[in-house]
Design a protein around this ligand. Structure first.
Ligand code: AMP
Ligand code: GLY
Length: 416
């Protein structure tokens, strides 16, 4: 069997690792991949934006299945191109990816389907937005409408902060030169939870819940990042809460998409917050989470390839995924300065790792015989144990074996 994985972060390394553990014979290809992925897959030198060429490669090489990691290729319609060429691919099509690529579309969808979410206003110009921020109660959350790699969301505490954030969007146009719209929404407090399901458009199977840490500094302070760590399972996600999530959020989402005739096959990632009024949706993503995947897939006992095949064939009814009891904790090691500016090309030393630790690479590449840094988030060090505490200790023991100049990691992952 030949599998192609699109993407080159920790999430895609975890996908390749899980697929490699299941393949009896076959080859894994990755575009663009990274240093860690290059040890288990063949890296293919085609730009990730060039979907036509990627599809041509898949056709030529007789790839049996392509799995898409990041949101951009999905939002740009890579799945539609593959479908036209009758190639098998896992992920939602362009229309379905709007659930992530437009916050306004997602908020209106939730409103139509009575899915619990923060109250909101929409504005498509600076002056309307300013009128809104004059009358709201602070803090509020302002969200740029399009994809912005996690940077398009501002939690603002007063009118001035709100006006500054809006100025970046409407005047400085930092996210987009052309289309600028915003959601201004009520601030919700509670614990966040990443709840992912795989759906064939009609049925769904939940993945193990995970919790990620988006802020750069300890105690959840500082700017948002792609994610500085993660753990699974999540004790606050009790079976009762899971039932509420399924009944009030997951099922209405899948039915709502059907009502709109949006065909959806892939992962739906519900970014939730557990408030005193129950779980509410902060955002939808249309793909596996990163770093969630790095703790979810190693805990999956069932075959991910089988689940994906069943999803593509529309046969997920009555399917259940088996999970290992063990806990997993991922500590992300980043380049100093991230999510702002940072150096790349820095050599990485990885000493001998203790049992119960796995490393998933993000921004690395192999140069001669060693790895060097190529990005902001560099390595995911995942520890396993019978309890979260044990898994956390393992992860930090793993981190202590790694060194590169300027490396930075949070010391409080899975302890708050
Ligand atoms: P989003 O991309 O919409 O998930 O927003 C990124 C992060 O901003 C979330 O993970 C939360 O930490 C925070 N956030 C977004 N919306 C809200 C909200 N309504 N209330 C509180 N925090 C929020
Ligand atoms: N962990 C956040 C994300 O994947 O968007």
């Amino acid at each position: 069997m030949k599998i192609l994985v699109i993407g080159g972060n920790g999430r895609e390394h975890a996908i390749c690792w899980k697929v490699a553990s299941e393949l009896i014979s076959g080859t894994i290809y990755a575009i663009p991949g990274n240093g860690g992925i290059s040890e288990i897959a063949n890296l293919v030198n085609i730009p990730i934006e060039n979907h036509q060429e990627i599809a041509a490669f898949a056709k030529r090489e007789k790839i049996d299945l392509t799995i898409v990691g990041p949101e951009l290729p999905l939002a740009d319609g890579i799945v539609d191109i593959f479908h036209k060429k009758r190639l098998k691919i896992f992920g939602p099509n362009k229309k379905a990816a709007t659930l992530e690529s437009s916050k306004i579309w997602a908020k209106e969808f939730m409103l139509e389907n009575e899915i619990p979410t923060a109250g909101f206003f929409v504005a498509d110009n600076f002056s309307t937005a300013k009128k809104i921020i004059e009358k709201v109660q602070y803090p509020v959350v302002i969200k740029f409408d399009g994809l912005a790699a996690g940077k398009g969301v501002g939690i603002v505490n007063d009118f001035q902060e709100a006006a500054n954030f809006l100025e970046n969007i409407f005047e400085k146009r930092v996210f987009s030169q052309t289309s600028n719209r915003v959601v201004i929404e009520e601030f919700l407090s509670g614990q966040e939870l990443s709840y992912l399901v795989i759906t064939d458009g009609e049925n769904f199977v939940p993945l193990a819940p995970a919790r990620d840490y988006k802020k750069i500094y300890e105690n959840d302070t500082g700017p948002n990042t792609g994610g500085m760590g993660c753990y699974s399972p999540v004790p606050i996600c009790s079976p009762e809460i899971e039932k509420v999530i399924e009944k009030r959020i997951v099922i209405p989402t899948i039915k709502g998409l059907q009502k709109k005739s949006v065909e959806y096959c892939g992962v739906v990632y519900f970014g939730l917050i557990i408030t005193k009024n129950g779980p509410q949706v902060l955002e939808y993503n249309v793909r596996f989470g990163d770093p969630e995947t790095e703790v979810i897939l190693p805990r999956m006992e069932s075959s991910i390839l089988e689940i994906i095949e069943l999803a593509i064939e529309g046969r997920l009814r009555n399917i259940q995924i088996k999970w290992r009891e063990e806990s997993a904790v991922d500590v992300v090691i980043a380049s100093g300065g991230y999510p702002g500016e940072y150096n790349t090309g820095v050599p990485i030393d990885i000493g001998s790792l203790p049992e119960g630790v796995v490393i998933f690479h993000a921004g690395t590449k192999k140069q001669s015989d060693r790895f060097i840094t190529t990005g902001g988030r560099v390595l995911n060090v995942v520890g396993f144990g019978n309890t979260l505490e044990e898994a956390r200790e393992k992860a930090y023991e793993g981190v202590s074996k790694i060194h590169f100049d300027g490396m930075y990691f949070r010391k409080d992952i899975a302890s708050l």
